[in-house]
Design a binder for this molecule. Structure first.
Ligand SMILES: [Zn+2]
Length: 167
């Protein structure tokens, strides 16, 4: 494993341990050249998933990308990092267990929304606002009615219609 900071080939494992759910192993590493520390994560990959995008492109499933979008949705929300990791693990397992070789990006979005919905209303709406078209004000207000008191305060604002988009 090359050092991500200086590219040096000699990095040493200082510590390795399983994540709480046992689904992965984290290794703390240190670079022998620049002494920077970093973490690598090892996890089982059952099979290669292919994602079909809206525009018809087919790309390999990117776990990190899914994890990033979940993390962004949960930013500053009271959901611990370990739990966020478990959400992503759960989603990946669902995808792998589906038996399909190809999964649409829309389907992945739906599964992620379902997972977030049961965990944090604000994160759910944030995620949904990226995946769904929020020009329909009704759709947005319907989501609001599903929320618990106090959660509305942290919502992103619905997209503003630009004047020149008429028609
Ligand atoms: Zn280095």
């Amino acid at each position: 494993m090359n050092c991500p900071f200086c590219g040096h080939e000699d990095t040493q494992v200082k510590d390795s341990r399983s994540t709480d759910d046992g689904a992965a192993i984290r290794r703390r590493r240190v670079c022998a050249a620049c002494t920077q520390r970093f973490t690598t994560i090892e996890r089982v990959q059952l099979r290669e998933l292919v994602v079909t995008k809206m525009d018809g492109r087919r790309v390999p499933f990117d776990r990190d990308k899914l994890a990033r979008s979940i993390r962004i949705a949960l930013r500053k929300r009271p959901v611990e990092e370990e739990r966020q990791e478990r959400i992503v693990n759960g989603l990946v397992r669902q995808l792998e267990a589906s038996g399909e070789a190809e999964i649409s990006s829309a389907r992945i979005g739906e599964l992620a929304m379902d997972a977030l919905h049961s965990i944090d209303g604000v994160a759910y709406v944030r995620f949904a606002s990226v995946y769904r078209d929020f020009r329909e004000v009704e759709a947005f207000s319907k989501l609001l009615t599903d929320m618990r008191p106090g959660e509305e305060a942290e919502l992103p604002l619905p997209p503003v219609k630009r004047g020149k988009d008429k028609g």
